[in-house]
Design a protein around this ligand. Structure first.
Ligand SMILES: *Cc1c(COP(=O)(O)O)cnc(C)c1O
Length: 667
């Protein structure tokens, strides 16, 4: 199949011109009627409370008239919306929606299932958990419950909440052994030898207990709990369970916990400089404090710099400062760059062997779905050479290795409402080990009163009370239906979803080459620089008028060019040709070498780069970049010998010339 053949996607979307509206309309109508019959068939023997003559009443009609008017106003207002569906939109992380998803979502909304628990969502909760399994399988986690560890996953409102959950899960497990040891000690409980060293619990130092791996902690909890349950009276077992809860960080809070364990310092969260701002929010919300974030520098590709990571980890190891976890980004929000997850895994394993343990959470909110491009239908991983055959540049070997290594991480964030082409809100949290659930539950699993042994209860059964294990409470079953039906129609491997991802990558490569052409054609007028060659499907660039050494002027000029591709609600949509987005690189986001390299390419004098303390106008404390997300399915659709990227480049060319003309005109 030629790469420019987009026909496989024709039935996937409503379409840039709503070409598939006939399917959409027919399906919606059919299922709306189906829904109405469903209602009618529930006790048809009763009389309907809204009488058939209600429409003859004045107040009835007044209300409907008002509703109509309001809806018309809404519909008119909505025309100001951003045309995400159009291949002329290359701004933020949004595009047209997958038809199976939108239809499933609209259909399900009428039934209004609440996935907080099985009682409120008999149909859709199981689908949500199945989506978790589909995603886990795509990432290469084990999903067979007869083997441990077995993964699980669920939907969230977005990547932000999934990220919070990543830290919350890690904290719940990592802090547990200290709580357990304290409770055991206070109650004078006698235990057999336990833990990875197979010795008495009180022979482990607090440092050792705080550095048990997730798996070891799960096994320790099970062994100790089973022992106390078997060897002690029911009352003593209850007292023990309560004591463990009273010693937990969830009960004591961070300050209380570390007052009880002054020998242990508060742990750090290690994130790359390029991480999403939700990580800082997470540390604020969980009360762990942004002071406990350790940022790792990024390299010339905007990827986490492993030498710096090693330095930071070694320093913490030497000073015995625990690290809760490190975050690797699989597709950064601004640049789509991919951190070397495989190397992070190596660092983890190296230090775990020395008794210094930390979890790894991969923030794949953006890049997660790209994994489908590497995943074979039988679960295998496509060899690097084979993936390369389909692309000009993609994937860099390290990128391929990073994707492959995601299966070694403890948990993952992925956003179906980004590269999953599904409606908001739909994020997901996927965990490698459902054993972690026992540390999360609002009713501790080992607590008394439960008839069957909760530790022996399979994860799938526990999760029927999903709300017990996650951040959110009530949540839409409709989002689960959307993701489930979509993944069934377009499976998460290289013959399904991977083809959409591959198309997006090819569009990005084409965009990159075309931008280079624009750069060559305009080189007498401006310098265009792509500071970081894309790892995935995002491209950012800066534009500097020829001969200008001042950063403030570069920023001013790039902003002017961006005005041409910015949504302006005062203007009709038709007046807009293309849409982009922008980002900026602040001083602290760049190493000095990186800043020097970028300035040299642009012809900027580095002395004009100021920290905002010294720059009152704030025009020279950052580098302004135009940013494009290349995810629309029709970017490469060619008509009249031009595709949308060609058209965009011609548009950019004109915009730059216009702004240069204005700048020169002003003198
Ligand atoms: C978008 C994004 C997030 C936040 O996700 P939301 O769905 O907006 O909450 C987090 N991390 C990365 C890398 C992202 O791209």
């Amino acid at each position: 199949m030629p790469h420019s053949d987009l026909s496989f996607m024709h039935p996937f979307f409503l379409g840039a011109y709503a070409e598939n509206d006939h399917v959409f309309e027919k399906t919606l109508l059919e299922f709306l009627r189906d829904h109405a019959y469903w209602r009618r068939n529930f006790h048809p023997e009763n009389r309907p409370p809204i009488p058939t003559n209600a429409p003859y009443r004045e107040d009835y009609n007044e209300f409907l008239a008002q509703m109509q008017q309001e809806l018309h106003t809404l519909s008119a207002d909505l025309k100001k919306s951003v045309p995400f569906f159009s291949p002329r939109y290359m701004g933020h992380m949004a595009a047209d929606l997958l038809l199976p998803g939108v239809l499933a979502q609209i259909m399900t909304i009428l039934y209004n299932p609440n996935n907080v628990s099985d009682d409120a969502a008999p149909a859709t909760l199981a689908k949500e958990l199945e989506v978790g399994t589909q995603l886990a399988r795509m990432f290469g986690y084990n999903t067979d419950p007869s083997e441990e560890p077995c993964a699980w996953g669920h939907l969230t409102s977005g990547g932000t909440v999934a990220n919070y959950e990543g830290i919350w899960n890690l904290r719940s497990v990592r802090f547990y052994p200290l709580s357990l040891a304290q409770a055991v000690k206070d109650l004078g409980i006698k235990l057999p030898d336990v833990g990875p060293k197979n010795q008495q619990l009180d022979q482990y130092s607090k440092w050792e207990l705080f550095n048990l791996s997730i798996r070891d902690t799960i096994l320790l909890m099970r062994k100790v709990t089973a022992h106390v349950k078997e060897e002690y009276e029911k009352k003593q077992f209850q007292a023990f369970s309560e004591a463990v809860i009273k010693e937990s960080v969830a009960h004591l809070g961070m300050a209380g916990f570390f007052l009880r364990h002054p020998e242990i310092k508060q742990p750090k969260l290690v994130i790359p400089q390029s991480a999403h701002y939700s990580w800082e929010k997470a540390m604020k919300i969980l009360g762990m404090g942004t002071a406990h974030i350790e940022k790792i520098r990024t390299d010339v590709h905007m990827r986490m710099e492993i030498s710096h990571l090693k330095e930071v980890i070694e320093e913490h190891y030497q000073q015995q400062i625990p690290v809760l976890g490190m975050i690797g980004v699989l597709g950064s929000t601004e640049f789509g760059s991919v951190d070397p997850i495989h190397k992070m895994v190596e660092v983890r394993d190296e230090y775990a062997a020395k008794g210094f343990y930390f979890g790894i959470h991969v923030d794949a909110a953006w890049g997660g779905y790209m994994t489908s491009l590497f995943r074979l239908p039988d679960g295998g991983f496509v060899p690097h050479e084979d993936v390369c055959k389909e692309f000009k540049y993609f994937p860099h070997k390290g990128t391929w290795q990073a994707f492959k290594a995601v299966s070694e991480a403890d948990s993952i964030t992925i956003d179906p409402h980004k590269l999953g082409y599904l409606p908001f809100p739909c994020g997901a949290f996927v965990s490698k080990d459902s054993g972690v659930l026992d540390f999360i539950s609002q009713k501790a699993a080992y607590v008394f009163d439960v008839k069957e042994d909760p530790l022996k209860k399979p994860a799938a059964k526990k999760l029927l009370g999903l709300g017990q294990y996650i951040m959110e409470g009530s949540k839409p079953g409709s989002a689960a239906a959307a993701a489930y039906v979509t993944h069934r129609c377009i499976p998460l491997h290289n013959e399904g979803f991977g083809r959409i991802m591959a198309h997006s990558m090819r569009a990005c490569e084409y965009f990159y080459d075309k931008l280079m052409d624009v750069r060559r054609h305009l080189k007498e007028l401006v310098t265009i620089t792509i500071p970081f060659t894309p790892d995935t499907n995002l491209v950012c660039f800066a534009i500097n008028p020829k001969g200008n050494p001042h950063l403030a002027l570069l920023n001013h000029f790039s902003r002017k060019v961006f005005q041409h591709m910015k949504i302006n609600p005062q203007q009709p949509l038709q007046a807009h040709d293309f849409f982009g987005s922008f980002t900026s690189l602040s001083k602290d986001a760049l190493t000095d070498e990186d800043a020097a390299r970028i300035f040299e390419e642009l012809g900027i004098n580095g002395d004009t780069f100021c920290h905002h303390v010294t720059d009152r106008t704030r025009e020279s404390d950052h580098i302004y970049l135009i940013r494009h997300t290349l995810m629309n399915p029709w970017l490469m659709y060619e008509d009249n010998g031009m595709n949308y990227i060609d058209r965009y480049c011609a548009f950019l060319f004109r915009a730059i010339k216009t702004e240069m003309g204005r700048a020169i005109g002003r003198g």
